[in-house]
Design a protein around this ligand. Structure first.
Ligand SMILES: *Cc1c(COP(=O)(O)O)cnc(C)c1O
Length: 348
């Protein structure tokens, strides 16, 4: 049969999202979802939705929710862009800012979606290896069209120093996309660079700190020419009517977001202490997950043993990541169930 698939697509592996196991008694600590309930405003708005409105296309420019974003970050409306999850924005960045012979940069390890997005567009990738402690390391004179800078980083959970980020922005000739998916769990943000420099976009999502991964909403802030380019190439109606409304009220209710992130940070402390007691090396997390190197029998075996007990954490095959586990901060009860299972597996 004639091969109907584009060669580059045929050759690529595709992104592998974390498993979504169903059923009772499953403890899901593998995709960094937030176990806390989102803003109650979201339920109120859902109850008020007039279904006749759903017959109409949504606002292509997401104006009302972007107004809230502009106010939150004290920037102009023209400095904001809304997407169907921040994943959509990352894909658009490659299409908007890379020539065919351009390149996409990111740290290794970081978010494993970036190389996949580059492969789809047949753009060269230029990963930069972090040092042996997963800390910042950037070769002199490094060049790429776009650099995806996850801060705090995933899967390591560590925050890169702001001074390093700013120094890099100043010397880098392409667009720096600072992916701040986890920043609400961190000490500090790089949002100010979005308007201070003309080659920076800062991307955020409601999937983690707002406990709304299911509605698919992300946004970014940056210089108007970059934002305009994204608007030019996006799908006309990239964010659904429902999502625009739900995201708008969730973003206004910062109080709920702050309360649930505080709770996550508390449980993160508990998880960190328990893992250390069990002999794990735990990296300092500024996210809603913890990156940790377990003792014997090692990451892969422990991942499988946990899976057999219906407890799902994330293990990434790969030279830089295979010795560690990424564990989402669940509820205190989930964490204690995990700890009990680990004690059993480790014979403690
Ligand atoms: C979760 C995550 C995203 C995706 O966010 P969505 O808005 O759900 O698409 C982007 N970047 C990183 C680093 C993430 O961990």
């Amino acid at each position: 049969m004639k091969n109907l698939i584009r060669k580059s697509v045929e050759a690529m592996d595709g992104y592998v999202p974390g498993e979504q196991p169903k059923g009772e008694g499953v403890i899901k600590l593998n995709t960094n979802e937030n176990p806390w309930l989102c803003s109650p405003e979201v339920r109120d708005i859902l109850n008020e939705i007039d279904i006749a409105e759903l017959a109409k296309y949504p606002d292509p420019l997401c104006t009302e929710v972007r107004k809230v974003i502009a106010e939150k970050h004290e920037v102009g409306l023209a400095n904001t862009f809304a997407g169907n999850g921040s994943d959509e924005i990352l894909a658009l960045c490659i299409r908007a800012f890379c020539e065919r012979d351009g390149s996409v940069g990111y740290f290794d390890p970081s978010y494993s979606l970036y190389p996949v997005l580059a492969q789809i567009e047949e753009i060269e990738t230029k990963p930069v290896a972090l040092d042996e402690n997963f800390e910042w390391q950037m070769p002199k004179g490094y060049k790429a069209s776009v650099f995806f800078l996850t801060n705090p980083n995933a899967p390591t959970g560590m925050l890169f120093p702001k001074v390093k980020v700013e120094a890099f922005i100043k010397t880098f000739s392409g667009v720096v996309v600072i992916d701040e998916a986890y920043v609400d769990f961190a000490r500090e943000s790089c949002m100010e660079f979005a308007t201070k420099y003309d080659n920076v976009l800062v991307a955020r999502t409601l999937s983690k700190s707002y406990a709304l991964a299911g509605i698919r909403f992300g946004y970014c802030v940056g210089a108007k020419p970059l934002i305009d380019a994204l608007h030019k190439i996006k799908d006309s109606y990239n964010v659904s009517r429902l999502t625009q409304e739900l995201a708008r009220v969730a973003l206004i209710d910062e109080e709920t977001m702050e309360a649930i992130t505080a709770a996550v940070k508390g449980t993160r402390g508990l998880l960190t202490d328990e893992l250390k007691d069990l002999g794990f090396k735990v990296y300092p997390s500024e996210t809603n997950f913890v990156w940790a190197k377990p003792p014997k029998p090692g990451a892969k075996k422990i991942f499988e043993e946990l899976r057999g007990r219906n407890i799902f954490v994330r293990w990434f095959d790969g030279e830089r990541t295979k010795d560690c586990l990424r564990i989402t901060v669940g509820t205190n009860e989930q964490i204690m169930a995990l700890v009990e299972a680990l004690e059993e597996i480790l014979g403690k």
